[in-house]
Design a protein around this ligand. Structure first.
Ligand code: NAP
Length: 431
């Protein structure tokens, strides 16, 4: 038997996938037990040259390409027409492999229900953290355990920017410009720097890890555009690194799940703090397994193609055996997604205050009034202020507190006449 593969999209990832299917037929047959035949490659612009992809495979007609395919590989990106094409492929009995995080983060439940009803498979290893195997570990390998928390650096562009701000002392703008010149960041970097790309991945991981639907609209998102060189420097002086973290966690006492993306301080002793450049890493905590870490290239044509090809082989093996395998039973209870106010974490607040007796007491009282317990206060004087003002810098780290208590504390600090400026309020994770 020969399994027919239709590839939708031949851009950065698609070309790498096509080339590998065409160049390694014998190896793939050995892995699968049957031949794979790439029957068509769908693109918008059929006149563009696609290195390593024969022109006679190229077409602009996705609907014809899908007909009769055993496996449809969707690497177009975006919601439309990918959404309808995937549904159409599933309904016609093809299994689907996709890397489309934007689509899954919006329509995860609907697409899996369609795959379930059609008794075919829908695989998406490449949709989160590129080459890093994380979907199968979270969805399959740990299916007999109880995952309590997933925390990761899931966007290479922002990790590159924050890393350069930390190690080279660059400003955000300098780091972003270099990331664009090196091809790590898009001309329009919004999806990366505002945290939306990481939020899509958090939604997918939360849905898998906690067996409940979570969409991108449920994820609280803060990007890194407000991170300054001064914040990075203060963090470094305190033994922390600022990272854009995607976090999903089960809040057992509230019967809820939390899904969030924000820049946070990580102690330099935490394994995620040493993830440099454009690399990704995901830290998983499970009841029986304990702590696990997955590290590698989170993007790029060839690395992402590796994950796509793994899914193609997996789907093809099931086709050869017959039967598509059992998906997990749908969750009996749908867990609500917690609001940010429910989250408990530690915080570091950096502020300028008037340098005179009694100020420290006034500031610490504001924290105490909201029952936010202070762990550490560091005070430093400014030398030779040009405006002749006498003020001091306070860095205050708290024990665990709720977001709502901290938000009220910050509001009350702002109202205090001895507080000149609140430079930053950052969450501390990984302690
Ligand atoms: P890309 O370079 O923009 O390629 C998209 C391909 O799809 C192009 O060949 C394009 O055709 C084709 N296409 C788009 N819309 C189409 C339409 N309406 N009809 C026909 N063809 C259409 O994208 P990519 O970077 O390879 O990403 C593909 C998917 O992988 C996305 O879902 C992305 O999120 C995901 N992903 C990418 C990476 C990465 O590092 N790039 C990493 C992880 C996941 P033309 O070439 O003719 O324009």
């Amino acid at each position: 038997m020969t399994l027919k593969v239709a590839l939708l999209g031949a851009g950065t990832v698609g070309v790498e996938v096509a080339r590998r299917i065409l160049e390694r037929p014998d190896e793939l047959r050995d892995r699968i037990g049957d031949d794979l035949e790439l029957t068509s490659v769908v693109v918008r612009d059929t006149s563009k040259e696609r290195p390593g992809v024969p022109a006679d495979l190229i077409t602009a007609d996705a609907h014809v390409a899908i007909q009769g395919a055993d496996i449809v590989v969707e690497l177009m990106g975006g919601i439309d027409p990918a959404h309808d094409l995937i549904l159409s492929a599933l309904n016609s009995g093809a299994s689907v492999v996709t890397a489309n995080k934007a689509l899954l983060a919006k329509h995860f439940a609907e697409l899996f229900e369609a795959a379930d009803n059609a008794q075919v498979r829908l695989e998406h290893e490449a949709a989160v953290a590129g080459a890093i195997p994380i979907i199968r570990p979270v969805g399959d390998s740990l299916a007999g355990d109880r995952i309590t928390r997933v925390m990761g650096i899931m966007n290479g562009t922002t990790n590159y920017i924050l890393d350069k701000m930390d190690t080279e002392g660059w400003s955000f703008d300098e780091a972003l410009k270099t990331a664009q010149e090196l091809g790590y960041a898009e001309a329009d970097p919004t999806a990366d720097v505002e945290g939306h790309d990481a939020a899509a991945k958090v939604a997918i991981l939360a849905s898998l890890a906690f067996h409940t639907p979570v969409t991108i609209d449920d994820v609280y998102v803060e990007g890194i555009t407000s991170v300054t060189a001064e914040m990075v420097e203060t963090a470094r002086a305190q033994g922390f690194t600022i990272k854009l973290l995607g976090i999903c966690e089960k809040l057992d006492d509230l019967g809820k799940v939390s899904a969030r993306v924000y820049p946070a301080l990580l102690p330099n002793s935490h394994p995620l703090s040493s993830v440099s450049g454009a690399f990704n890493a995901v830290f998983v905590e499970a009841e029986a397994a304990g702590e696990l870490m997955f590290y590698g290239q989170g993007a790029g044509g060839a690395p992402t193609a590796s994950a796509v090809l793994g899914d193609i082989v997996s789907v093809a093996r099931r086709k050869v055996l017959g039967g598509r395998g059992q998906y997990e039973r749908r969750a009996r209870t749908i867990l609500p997604v917690a609001s940010l106010g429910d989250i408990t974490t530690r915080y570091q607040t950096t502020l300028d205050v008037a340098d005179r007796p009694g100020v420290l007491q006034a500031v610490t009282e504001v924290f105490a009034n909201q029952e936010v317990s202070i762990e550490l206060v560091q005070q430093s004087q400014y030398d030779d202020l040009e405006d002749g003002d006498s003020r001091a810098k306070l860095v205050i780290a708290t024990h665990s507190a709720t977001e709502s208590a901290l938000a009220q504390t910050v509001k009350n600090l702002n109202d205090l006449d001895v507080v000149r400026t609140i430079h930053s309020v950052l969450r501390i994770e990984g302690q």
